[in-house]
Write a protein that binds this ligand. Structure first.
Ligand SMILES: [Fe+2]
Length: 289
């Protein structure tokens, strides 16, 4: 069975790239890799870019880029996905170059979000320098994690756990429904999903993890004392991955989780749990203004 290695990149459609640049650099501490009239690429490590913000009418995440080990894995995944009824496209060399990869295949998930599998991520020789001095936890854990609000939980369970080979991390009870957390490397989860009724579907948040609590605290001050971005969920500690984090609304509406101290999973000893609450303390959802 081929394996997904990490979350490599995320593509976002947004109307206000200037707002994104300010938000990403001054609050999150991402570095601008490329800026044109219609495009803003951002990095949080030595990869050429991790977020690709493209000017568009829609607001939100349009594409998830999952890294695999090589061309053989792309062929194997294409077969597995096609036999399960997914329409898989082998992308051209031009698309791969634009993505900063050697090879890319694409398909759409059950809710219509574009998913890409790629290998050979482009590394930038320029040293990553965060404008806020943030050191991001990346490496084999990829850029961070994403949480997706979905329509049909069972179809996403099949896609990520059975077809893409993610492993179960645990579950959190959100009222009558459960969030499912999955991993593809030691990061506690790279992909989580929940079928929350009446919630807008798609990527609800992207998480960036930094090395130290002071970087999180300084960013938190910029939100609560300076109002650089609207606070969505206050500082707190998650029950399952033990991440100490807060959430802000990005310029495109979905949230960015910013935290430190996330749990790492050792598959030889890991057993999935169920949690009845998402946090040990804090994490108060803010009322929308
Ligand atoms: Fe999260």
């Amino acid at each position: 069975m081929p394996e997904v290695r990490s979350l490599g990149y995320v593509v976002i459609s947004a109307g206000d790239l200037d707002a994104w640049e300010t938000f990403a650099t001054e609050l999150v501490g991402l570095q601008v890799a490329e800026r044109t009239e219609d495009r803003l690429r951002l990095r949080n490590d030595q990869a050429w870019y991790r977020l690709d913000v493209q000017r568009g009418d829609a607001e939100g995440v349009t594409t998830l880029g999952w890294e695999v080990s090589g061309p053989a894995e792309l062929v194997e995944f294409a077969k597995i996905l096609e036999s399960a009824g997914y329409d898989v496209t082998e992308e051209s060399a031009d698309v791969a170059r634009d993505r900063g990869a050697m090879g890319v295949i694409s398909f759409t998930d059950p809710d219509g979000l574009r998913v890409e599998l790629f290998y050979g991520q482009k590394v930038d020789k320029r040293k990553f320098v965060s404008p806020t001095g943030a050191d991001f936890v990346t490496g084999e854990g990829g850029l961070g994690h994403v949480f997706q609000l979905v329509n049909d939980e069972e179809r996403f369970r099949q896609l990520y756990l059975e077809l893409l080979g993610f492993k179960l991390s645990d579950y959190i009870e959100f009222g009558p429904i459960f969030g499912t957390f999955t991993h593809c490397n030691p990061r506690h989860h790279s992909f989580a999903f929940a079928a929350v009724p009446n919630a807008p579907k798609g990527i609800g948040h992207i998480m960036f993890e930094v090395e130290d609590i002071d970087t999180v605290g300084r960013a938190y001050d910029k939100v609560v004392k300076e109002g650089i971005a609207p606070l969505a969920i206050s500082f707190g500690r998650h029950s399952n991955d033990q991440m100490m984090s807060f959430y802000v609304n990005s310029p495109s509406g979905f949230q960015i989780e910013y935290g430190t101290g996330g749990l790492l999973i050792d598959d030889s000893t890991w057993r999935p749990s169920r949690f009845d609450v998402p946090n040990f303390w804090g994490h108060e959802h803010q009322k929308r203004a």
